[in-house]
Design a protein around this ligand. Structure first.
Ligand code: NI
Length: 193
């Protein structure tokens, strides 16, 4: 297990459609463990493999972790506390989504410091392989539905800013550049440009 650097946008790996996983072996499970640790360390509620420059269809999610200790320097104990309900998704596929929409103010570990309201289906059903390669189906609503859709977007080369108008998207990318300049320590610690 390792904490991996997170790619900041814009970068070609974040634009690529990621490849499906055809064999779930120890190498893939080690990658998933490292992704989970990286996500808790960041901290974030979801992370997709392209964000750590691995263009494969894997994502990790935990929307149940406590968020009040975001500013605590992450040590092993803090990370352990954040680990409430880790979920691993391999080759996820949305098989149903509700017509009813939901708006949520989204952020992204590849767009640090940036947030915007994004409208997505309120409920979804998703089919995927779990950590052990077993086929699973999950019906999700609320934050879990938002997060799963956001992470599946990453596997398809889509960022949350791609759901905004081009004006807002360009503005967010300019604000991100400024944020990167103003937070060199954060970048050195957790990200790659
Ligand atoms: Ni993201």
């Amino acid at each position: 297990m390792a904490i991996l650097p997170i790619q900041i946008a814009p970068h070609p790996v974040l634009k690529r459609v990621a490849d499906p996983v055809d064999k779930i072996d120890d190498k893939i499970r080690t990658l998933m463990d490292s992704m989970l640790e990286t996500m808790y360390n960041a901290p974030g509620i979801g992370l997709a493999a392209p964000q750590i420059r691995e263009s494969v269809r894997i994502m990790v999610v935990d929307v149940d972790q406590p968020r009040e200790d975001d500013d605590v320097p992450p040590d092993a104990a803090t990370i352990a506390k954040r680990r409430v309900k880790p979920r691993f998704f391999i080759n996820p596929e949305i098989i149903w989504s509700s017509e009813e929409p939901n708006v949520y103010e989204e952020g992204c570990l590849s767009l640090p410091g940036q947030y915007a309201e994004v409208e997505r289906p309120k409920k979804i059903r998703v089919k995927y392989l779990d950590y052990d390669g077993q086929l699973q189906e999950l019906e999700a609503s609320g934050l879990l539905a938002t997060c799963v859709q956001h992470e599946i977007d990453h596997l398809n080369g889509i960022l949350f800013i791609d759901h905004l108008s081009s004006l807002k998207r360009d503005m967010t990318l300019r604000k991100l550049k400024k944020w990167v300049k103003e937070n060199p320590d954060e970048i050195a610690e957790k990200h790659i440009l």
